[in-house]
Design a protein around this ligand. Structure first.
Ligand SMILES: [Zn+2]
Length: 243
């Protein structure tokens, strides 16, 4: 892809900032350098975890779902702490990992809206609407709809560079494409990713379980981080397309 992204200045992003992660580790892979920059600026940064993360190793005898979900929540919080987000600003919904598209969008939206209520986002970071993971795509609409209309919305790439086909990428007419250089934040980003031990060959008794490939980790550490800011807000669905 020839993108020509424009460098994003974190100082232009107002707080409170909310980072929405469908799974624990999405923010570490997709926007750790930006999070570190925002907390260094003193922004009020909140993180919202949508799923329980418990589906990465469904056949592991030693990590049944409830245990895995508990560990992944702790990994997520530890990774965020290395980026300057305190546990008190982490919020988890516990919706079903791997099955977000089975959750009623209105239900998901209502739960996300309740989380936002005490510190409504002035800046919202959420995975790109066509990021190639079904949970990421399922989370996009409900989160987008319940954020305050005036919130600045930046959609971050997680699996797009790894797995996205051409149609998954934004066009230059569709969104402004921003980048954050990882650079000096590399070691903190590496720490944030390393916190997710269960995803880094930390579970050996599920041969079909998920593992973050070293190439994926290296790509995330090399950067840049990519953020897409849509030029147009999506229009509400027409009640009657013929009128
Ligand atoms: Zn994810």
């Amino acid at each position: 892809m020839t993108l020509n992204p424009v460098p994003l200045d974190p100082r232009t992003l107002p707080g409170p900032v909310w980072i929405v992660s469908p799974h624990p580790d999405d923010e570490a892979l997709g926007c750790a350098a930006l999070i570190a920059a925002l907390t260094a600026l003193g922004r009020e940064v909140h993180a919202l975890l949508v799923t329980d993360g418990g589906f990465s190793h469904p056949h592991s005898p030693s990590y049944p779902r409830a245990r895995l979900a508990q560990i992944r929540l702790a990994e997520w919080r530890a990774g965020l702490a290395t980026l300057g987000v305190p546990e008190a600003r982490t919020h988890a919904l516990g919706l079903p990992d791997g099955a977000l598209d089975q959750v009623e969008p209105a239900t998901m939206g209502r739960e996300v809206g309740q989380m936002f209520a005490d510190a409504p986002p002035a800046t919202l970071l959420l995975p790109w609407r066509r990021d190639p993971h079904p949970d990421h795509r399922a989370a996009w609409g409900p989160v987008w709809e319940v954020a305050p209309p005036a919130a600045r919305r930046l959609e971050y790439a997680v699996w797009l560079p790894e797995r996205g086909d051409v149609s998954a990428w934004p066009t230059t007419q569709e969104a402004r494409i921003w980048s954050i250089v990882v650079g000096a934040a590399r070691s903190r980003k590496a720490q944030a990713i390393a916190a997710h031990a269960t995803q880094l060959r930390g579970i050996s008794d599920d041969p079909h379980g998920f593992t973050l490939a070293p190439e994926m980790v290296e790509r995330a550490l090399t950067g840049p981080e990519l953020f897409f800011e849509a030029f147009l807000q999506p229009l509400p669905a027409a009640a009657d397309a013929t009128t």
